[in-house]
Design a protein around this ligand. Structure first.
Ligand SMILES: O=C(O)CCC(=O)C(=O)O
Ligand SMILES: [Mn+2]
Length: 193
């Protein structure tokens, strides 16, 4: 486990939370069993497809709103519950929902944002699991532009935990890459209040 030093925030990185063999199995299961959606977001009245596939699973009633979309969760499947229970032990948090992202290739990405929607509460614990293609993860401070960007590679089977004030002070992104890359599945476990 590595504690990544961060001003005004807390992140922990566990590179081999799952073994490569376990991670291969989980990637395949999730690719097949999750009901992946191609959602669009409206920007200035124009519908733009998101550059990734997504899905939202969670306890009944735990809806989540972002980019003008309100998500009603799908019901937990056994594979997700098994993962959730393993993550909860390390994160010492009971999660009630998970957002899944499927980055099909290097053109799929997620732009700069913080996980700071009101339903996540003040200092949310976000537990982020990665399977498949290793991709870069960048963090930048929202206020102090002299603080250097933090750049991590999120590896197959890794767990990243963001907590404390991280979402107030930092934004994060998964940039596009021009390299030829394989698919990546990311799960972010969250507590919806
Ligand atoms: O794919 C990732 O590692 C990040 C996903 C993310 O930031 C999110 O779902 O809010
Ligand atoms: Mn995020």
């Amino acid at each position: 486990m590595a504690n990544i030093p961060l001003q005004n925030g807390t992140i922990y990185y566990y590179p081999d939370f799952y073994s490569p063999v376990e991670s291969d199995t989980i990637f395949k299961e999730l690719a097949e069993k999750i009901e992946w959606q191609q959602e669009s977001i409206k920007i200035f009245g124009k519908k733009i497809p998101q550059p990734r596939l997504t899905a939202w699973y969670g306890d009944p009633g735990k809806t989540y709103t972002y980019s003008n979309l309100t998500w009603t969760p799908q019901s937990w499947i056994p594979e997700l519950i098994t993962i959730k229970e393993k993550v909860e032990k390390v994160a010492r948090t009971r999660f009630n929902s998970v957002l899944l992202n499927y980055y099909r290739d290097g053109k799929d990405s997620m732009g700069w944002h913080s996980d700071d929607e009101p339903e996540l509460g003040k200092n949310p614990v976000i537990a982020s699991l990665s399977f498949g293609q290793k991709r870069a993860f960048h963090l930048k401070h929202r206020l102090d532009k002299t603080i250097p960007k933090v750049k991590l590679d999120l590896e197959h089977g890794s767990l990243l935990i963001m907590s404390g004030e991280t979402q107030h002070f930092w934004q994060h992104q998964i940039p596009k890459t021009s390299r030829q890359v394989d698919g990546r599945i990311n799960l972010t476990f969250r507590v919806i209040l």
